[in-house]
Structures are given as C-alpha cells and as structure tokens.
Design a protein around this ligand. Structure first.
Ligand code: PMM
Length: 261
C-alpha cells in the first residue's frame, strides 16, 4: 500500500502532493512500481497535529480519489470522518482506512473494506506518557473487538493494524513489531506501517553512536528492514512511502525464501 498524503503538514511528505495533479501523478508512479493499493489521506495524524475541518479534507482528497478510481486504481481513504469516508467511497474508494477505528458502520453501509487501526487517545495528546499493562495483548484485544464489531455490522473485508507511533513509546513500537505473529494469529489480515516513522530516526541515531536522528526522508534503511521483518512475520500488507525500494526488498527476500527451481 503506497501512501499519498494530500496535506501541507504530514511528517514525511507534507506539502509535496497538495496539488491534485501532483498527487495523482505520484499515485500512478507508485502503482507502476508495485503498489497494489494507494492510501489517500487529507488530514495529518502526526503527533500534535491540528484537526482539519471536513470541507477542507473533502476538497483535498475527493478529486484525487475520483481521478485514481476512474483509472482503475484500488484506493483506500485514510480518514477519521464519516462524511469524508462516505464521499470517498462515492468517488470510487474501495476501503476505509480509519486510524480511529470508529467507521465500521460507514464501511458496512457502503460496502467498502475497513482497516481498524489502534491508537491511544488522539493525535493531539497520544504521545503524552502512553501506558499499557501489556502492549501486545492490549492492542490485540482492542483490534479483535473492533474487527469483530465490523464483521458483525456486515463489513466483508476487515484488516487490523497495530498503529505504529500512535500513542506508543519506542519500546511499545518495538514490542508490537517484534510480536506481529500475535496479531496474525487472530486470523484477521494484518496491515503495518513503519515507513519513515520517528522510531526509525531514534534507532538510526542509536546505531550512529549518538548521532542526531535523521529526518523522515533519510530513514529508508529502517523502513525497509522493518517492512521485510513484518512481511516475514506474516503481515499481509505494508503501508509505505518508498514503494519501489520496498517491492525490491520484498522480492529479494521472497526469492531467498522460495528459490526458483
Ligand atoms: N500511519 C499514518 C497514517 N495513517 N494508517 C494506518 N492504517 N496505519 C498507519 O500506521 C498509519 C495510517 C501516519 O503516517 P504518514 O504521515 O506517513 O502517513
């Protein structure tokens, strides 16, 4: 799943694809390089991000969704708002990627797929002292509850996502990525997004023996390493910025895992 954020302020690609034509061109590029899905978002959910009014979010994403869907691209809409999710499905989106995990009814009513992601609190406050009794079990239980509810509401395609970076310390994030098999064992397909996230900046600084964390645009090695790890642990979809590099890394690992006869 390749990411297209139509926002001025996303942590990694903010401002690059605010122009609709640039967003659509970028989406076509990443599909050509291996993305099966394009995830279009119009509201940054980075820590402390300000909420975006629905009319502004609609103005950002709907023309992009419509253009891509008309070209046959499988589009998911990354939103927490029912109004935006509905309009995006009307415009051709096939899946609702909901970091608040509250829009299952909209998915059921529209026939779209649904991604239930785990987040502690909301983006404005989620990084203020996040606490869990057992992060892996807590996140699993929450996701199974949300996913079961979505199924019961009538959603045919339900994904779960641990929400890396959403109300989690570095240790929480590492624990979740290390134990993805616990989520896979629920039977729901697992989506994971580590691409360019802050934890990778911290880890890079650590391995550089106390250097500064690199900016999001310079976190490719950690993004690829955690993508490959996640796939090997059973994640069925990876939400990434660097589609071509991720596809190549996965192809190499797949070749090692199942060498051609
Ligand atoms: N991360 C971001 C936004 N949406 N959706 C899902 N399902 N999983 C994620 O990990 C996720 C998401 C924030 O990252 P971005 O600013 O790079 O898009």
């Amino acid at each position: 799943m390749g990411i297209v954020n139509v926002t001025p302020d996303s942590f990694s690609d903010g401002g690059r694809f605010l122009d609709h034509g640039a967003a659509v061109d970028h989406a076509h590029r990443i599909v050509a390089r291996g993305a099966d899905w394009v995830d279009v978002g119009g509201e940054s959910t980075r820590p402390r991000a300000a909420p975006v009014p629905a009319d502004e979010e609609l103005r950002r994403v709907i023309p992009v969704v419509r253009a891509l869907a008309a070209d046959g691209v499988a589009v998911s809409i990354d939103t927490r708002k029912a109004e935006v999710a509905r309009a995006a499905v009307d415009a051709g989106a096939r899946m609702i990627n909901d970091v608040s995990a509250t829009l299952a009814d909209v998915a059921a009513a529209t026939g779209a797929g649904f991604v239930a992601m785990h987040m502690l609190g909301d983006p404005r406050t989620m990084q203020e002292h996040p606490h869990y009794d057992d992060v892996v079990a807590d996140v699993r239980d929450y996701l199974v509850d949300r996913a079961d509810a979505a199924r019961a509401a009538g959603v045919a395609e339900v994904w779960i996502d641990p929400g890396i970076g959403f109300g989690k310390t570095l240790e929480h994030n590492l624990d979740l990525v290390a134990n993805l098999d616990v989520l896979v064992a629920t039977g729901y397909p697992v989506l994971v997004g580590t691409s360019r996230k802050a934890m990778l900046g911290t880890l890079a600084a650590r391995s550089d023996a106390g250097g500064q964390p690199p900016p999001p645009s310079d976190r490719l090695e950690g993004s690829l390493a955690t993508a490959v790890w996640s796939a090997c642990r059973g994640a069925a979809m990876l939400r990434v910025h660097d589609v071509e590099a991720t596809a190549r890394a996965l192809a190499a690992v797949e070749a090692v895992a199942a060498p051609a006869a």
